[in-house]
Write a protein that binds this ligand. Structure first.
Ligand SMILES: [Fe+2]
Ligand SMILES: [Fe+2]
Length: 310
């Protein structure tokens, strides 16, 4: 009882809950699920762009893309470490991912068909990730909040490298401009889906907001992203593929068209264009890495043996 009051006091005062503090089981479970899902998204998210590293059009583009994809691996590692502070087991989380028992962001189940997709992912997908993640820098669980501060700094580089690539392509040939437009056409709606189902159907939002894990609803964040992106699209010279998209002076926001939620649920449910491929690739990478984990464990055991002798 007293512990519960202390927890509620900490959350209400906007202080951070730390790993050794008492916390309700539901809070711990919700955080493990959310952080694991976030970590999986970072790791699976390396695949669509990793697909283009060997075919980058210049050394400069290749260096940028390599750095970006490596950053995503780092984000995954911070987040798995944050989940471990809650008592989660890393091996277990990986098993749940490759067995399809835990989710990752459905955006990464779409294919990258051209190099313009690298730019559009940076601009829209990393852009949406920033809108989602900036409020998480103030989330109530300390290790998650601190991980997000560093992640967000890197995400802003990701977004800018994408936008800069697109600006360059838009100054190029007509074929390059067409390539960018087609890529925007493919990624726009899935990017809006990144904020999750509408508030009326989001089962976890209310409790997560009470615990101050979440600070804004899915629809609020989606609106913020649309409002932020429209002027960027204009500057770039691309058309966002939504005939209903227009400024609403009364609301002070852009109105936009209905999202195809049937598609969203289909992809989340495992039946998107690349779900099977993403999981198979992750499983193989994990299996191929077994010798590295064994070698690291053997080295650690040898080291601790040496220390005991000394
Ligand atoms: Fe990331
Ligand atoms: Fe990123």
């Amino acid at each position: 009882m007293e512990l519960e009051h202390e927890f509620e006091r900490v959350v209400a005062a906007d202080h951070r809950v730390e790993p050794r503090d008492w916390m309700p089981d539901g809070y711990r479970r919700t955080l493990i699920r959310q952080i694991a899902q976030h970590a999986h998204s970072e790791i699976i998210g390396m695949q669509p762009e990793g697909n283009w590293i060997s075919r980058a059009p210049s050394l400069r583009r290749k260096a940028i893309l390599l750095a970006k994809v490596q950053d995503e691996a780092g984000h995954g590692l911070y987040l798995y470490a944050a989940a471990e502070t809650l008592g989660a087991d890393r091996e277990d989380l990986t098993a749940k991912l490759v067995e399809g028992r835990q989710k990752y962001s459905s955006i990464f189940n779409y294919p990258t068909l051209t190099f313009a997709d690298v730019g559009v992912i940076g601009w829209l997908v990393d852009g949406a990730a920033i809108v989602n993640q900036v409020p998480l820098c103030r989330t109530s669980y300390g290790p998650y909040a601190r991980a997000m501060i560093r992640v967000c700094k890197e995400e802003s580089f990701h977004q800018r490298q994408g936008y800069e690539l697109l600006l360059t392509m838009m100054r190029g040939t007509q074929a390059q401009r067409d390539m960018v437009q087609r890529s925007v056409d493919r990624w726009w709606w899935p990017s809006l889906m990144m904020f999750g189902p509408p508030d009326t159907e989001s089962t976890n939002t209310e409790q997560s907001m009470k615990w101050r894990i979440k600070r804004h609803t899915n629809d609020e964040l989606r609106q913020k992203f649309v409002d932020m992106t429209v002027p960027q699209a204009e500057k770039l010279g691309v058309t966002l593929p939504d005939p209903d998209l227009r400024w609403n002076a009364e609301r002070g926001h852009h109105d936009f068209g209905e999202i195809d939620w049937a598609e969203f649920w289909q992809v989340v449910g495992g039946d998107g264009p690349c779900n099977a491929q993403r999981i198979a690739h992750r499983r193989k990478a994990h299996e191929d890495g077994a010798w590295v984990r064994e070698a690291a464990a053997a080295y650690a055991a040898k080291k601790s043996g040496e220390e005991q002798v000394a």
